[in-house]
Design a protein around this ligand. Structure first.
Ligand SMILES: Cc1ncc(COP(=O)(O)O)c(C=O)c1O
Length: 360
């Protein structure tokens, strides 16, 4: 029987960490940079209450949540677009702006989703160099050609955990051709308090050719509900709205997101927990001769060159002990793993298990 023939699709595949082990075996999941403390109890309460009315479609425009976001960040509600995760915003950008043979620049070690949707739309991916796992703005600029359409970057960056200063980001926009869309992914901005850092939203809310993305999946602990948003000029947002699927964000997601954004105290708790554990883990890893960057995000990139066991073996042994972390081969980072900071108990278990694996 001849089957319908799909289009030719050439794109890297996203491999979720959990698919590599039997779900039941994994007791501690430190692989997807999800929040350590989970969602605000207020968000859970709202979620439970909305569950009584799931027979209703959600508000396709998400008007009420947009108002909450606009109030909170002092921005224009008409320039917000909601997505089923910020992933969907990247997808909309690629679907709306990229055509075959356009070029998309991404930092060498950057979130794989940018590449997936760009490739699906026929783009050529151009990698810009990094230095010490940190984005090099000058290298991004040196890679620009007349075919360049979009530059994607996350600040702080995943999977490296490093960030670039506000000065560098402004320099990048200033020196990029105006018809190149700069997408700044703010997925982890809440964790950073450093003086030379500014979120994309703060820096670019007045720029017409920058799109900033935010997510409820990380610090807000709502990854399972799939909700994120983008902010840009009316022109860009209206273009994305043309192809946004109707009802793309569910009612529970809209309501839980509204409640969680109002719970400032909960957010502070999570930030304090992460900053405390970031320091402890950095020190412990150093003692174990595992190299890592000093970061402020809720994850750390670990390199195993100075210990006598490979990252692949450590990954497997941690998995056997019920701890799932992220392998870095898909990112092309050699002999490395990325770990998400979890609850105190989980972090302690990670340290003791690693100690046993490395014999230290
Ligand atoms: C840099 C970055 N951006 C975006 C996302 C995805 O967020 P969402 O769950 O909103 O699609 C992730 C998730 O890992 C991420 O690391």
């Amino acid at each position: 029987m001849r089957l319908p023939k799909p289009k030719k699709i050439i794109a890297p595949r996203y491999v979720a960490g959990l698919s590599l082990f039997k779900r039941k075996m994994i007791k501690i999941k430190l692989s997807a940079n999800e929040s350590a403390l989970g969602p605000s109890p207020k968000a859970i309460k709202e979620y439970n209450s909305v569950s009584k009315s799931v027979k209703r479609y959600p508000d396709t425009n998400g008007t009420s949540l947009k108002k909450v976001i606009a109030n909170k960040f002092k921005i224009d509600k008409n320039r917000i677009i909601l997505g089923s995760g910020s992933d969907q915003i990247f997808e909309l950008v690629c679907n709306a702006f990229i055509k075959k043979n356009d070029e998309v620049i991404v930092p060498k070690y950057s979130f794989i989703i940018y590449r997936i949707y760009s490739k699906i739309n026929g783009a050529k991916i151009i990698f810009a160099k990094e230095k010490n796992f940190t984005i090099l703005v000058k290298d991004i600029l040196s890679k620009v050609t007349r075919k360049t359409k979009v530059v994607f970057l996350a600040n702080p960056n995943n999977p490296t955990g490093t960030y670039i200063s506000k000065k560098e980001l402004l320099y990048l926009r200033k020196n990029l051709r105006s018809d190149i869309l700069l997408v700044v992914d703010d997925a982890y901005f809440e964790y950073l308090k450093e003086k030379d850092y500014s979120s994309g939203l703060k820096l670019f809310s007045r720029h017409k050719n920058v799109l900033v993305t935010r997510t409820f999946s990380k610090i807000y602990g709502l990854a399972g509900l799939r909700i994120g948003w983008g902010y840009s000029s009316k022109e860009i947002i209206n273009t994305l709205k043309l192809i946004k699927p109707p009802f793309n964000v569910s009612r529970p997601a809209l309501f839980a997101a509204s409640a969680s954004i109002k719970d400032v105290g909960w957010l502070k708790k999570e930030v304090n927990h992460i900053r405390k554990w970031n320091k402890i883990l950095y020190k412990k890893f150093k003692e174990m001769k595992i190299a890592t960057n000093e970061t402020k995000t809720n994850f750390l990139l670990l390199n195993f060159d100075r210990v006598n066991i490979s990252s692949r073996k450590v990954f497997q042994k941690l998995g056997d002990a019920g701890i799932l972390v992220r392998a870095m081969n898909v990112y092309g980072i050699k002999n490395s793993l990325r770990i998400t900071i979890g609850k105190s108990k989980e972090n302690k278990k990670l340290i003791s298990t690693l100690g046993k694996i490395l014999n230290v």
